[in-house]
Design a binder for this molecule. Structure first.
Ligand code: HMG
Ligand code: MG
Length: 306
């Protein structure tokens, strides 16, 4: 396998994608502590919350407070997901460094997730993108349901490319291609990324892979082999989308760091500190987190105490 020595660029989405699906309300103080530990672990981009309507996503209700309470520094970029201008203005008030827009390739998913058709949502994002550019706030965009939709089933590759091109035209610095419900496989990943590379420079592509069927790491490696170096992941394997039934956690940051670091590819993340972050949020949630590498390291810690 070809290894070019380039560091992976991770976007830690645990505090947003990870916690948005949780029924346990995590306090502002616990979220802030979790994010601070993730920063200490070396994560350079952290999606700290979502400025969405609390009726739609109750677990993100205090995101503005969480983001405002973070100790901002040059070394880390705090991001927030924003579904419209109201969310964007709230994110700016809270002091984010960057924002993420979300647009699905599936009309039905957009309707259920952000209450707009694909074309209406795109029009809604146009002024948001213009305002972000005016203020010098970088933004990325998720291309959701790129591997399949919980409502519409298989999604054609040209439809993914068309949505990606439109978001790129808006000025997104990066497009995060989402396997929202974890149905993708490595062959599909190669084909999709190859098709996207025809329109989008590979250094502006990221992958956002849910691990619902255990294929996220394999898909990630396929994307890596196509030249993608930017990936989203969630500490402990937290995650899901409340408007994508059956979607479970994102690829776990621990699993990503373990796999790539053991192949000599730098991730910039200290796995031991990352495990402290996941252990902290695991106890706040009161349930075991699914990451295999996290569980192995926790077991090792337990053994060394015996
Ligand atoms: P809507 O009901 O159509 O909103 O919801 P509206 O524009 O008609 O406004 C209704 C009321 O909501 C108004 O208040 C607005 O001010 C208020 P009122 O006048 O009635 O008092 N409002 C807001 N309040 C707070 N924050 C806002 C906001 N916007 C309007 N931003 C809306 C439309 C987009 C707001 C709603 O559908 C929503 O919040 N959706 C978010 C859904 C979401 O967060 N889904 C999960 C994230 S996506 C995901 O997980 C996938 C991803 O991980 C990638 C992948 O896996 O593929 C990113
Ligand atoms: Mg997601």
């Amino acid at each position: 396998m070809e290894l070019d020595g380039e560091q992976l660029r991770l976007m830690e989405v645990g505090p947003r994608d990870g916690l948005q699906n949780e029924s346990t309300q995590v306090s502002v103080a616990d979220k802030t502590q979790f994010i601070t530990l993730l920063k200490t672990a070396g994560l350079k981009r952290i999606e700290a919350g979502a400025l969405v309507h609390p009726k739609w996503i109750p677990s993100m209700a205090h995101s503005q407070e969480v983001i405002a309470s973070l100790n901002k520094s040059e070394s880390v970029s705090y991001a927030a997901l924003v579904p419209n201008m109201v969310g964007f203005e709230r994110a700016i008030e809270a002091g984010v460094h960057e924002v993420s827009l979300v647009l699905s390739v599936s009309d039905t998913h957009n309707q259920k997730n952000i209450n707009a058709s694909t074309s209406d949502a795109l029009e809604r994002y146009r002024p948001v993108a213009e305002r972000a550019i005016d203020l010098g706030v970088p933004f990325r965009a998720y291309v959701s349901c790129a591997f399949g939709c919980p409502y519409e089933g298989p999604i054609a590759v040209p439809a993914v490319v068309a949505v990606a091109e439109k978001l790129l035209e808006l000025g997104a610095y990066e497009l995060s291609i989402g396997d929202t419900i974890g149905v993708g496989n490595p062959k599909q990943t190669h084909e999709l990324v190859r098709a996207l590379k025809e329109s989008v420079p590979v250094n502006r592509l990221a992958m956002h892979l849910h691990d619902t069927r255990g294929t996220a790491l394999a898909n990630m490696l396929a994307a890596y082999q196509e030249g993608v170096r930017s990936f989203d992941s969630a500490a402990g394997g937290l995650g899901g989308c409340p408007y994508a039934p059956g979607a479970s956690g994102n690829v776990a940051t621990e699993d990503v760091v373990w796999m790539f670091e053991s192949m000599g590819i730098d991730t910039g993340v200290d796995l031991n500190v990352l495990v402290n972050a996941s252990e902290m949020i695991q106890s706040a949630l009161g349930r075991d987190l699914p990451s295999k590498a996290f569980q192995a390291m926790m077991a090792q810690r337990q053994d060394s105490k015996c």
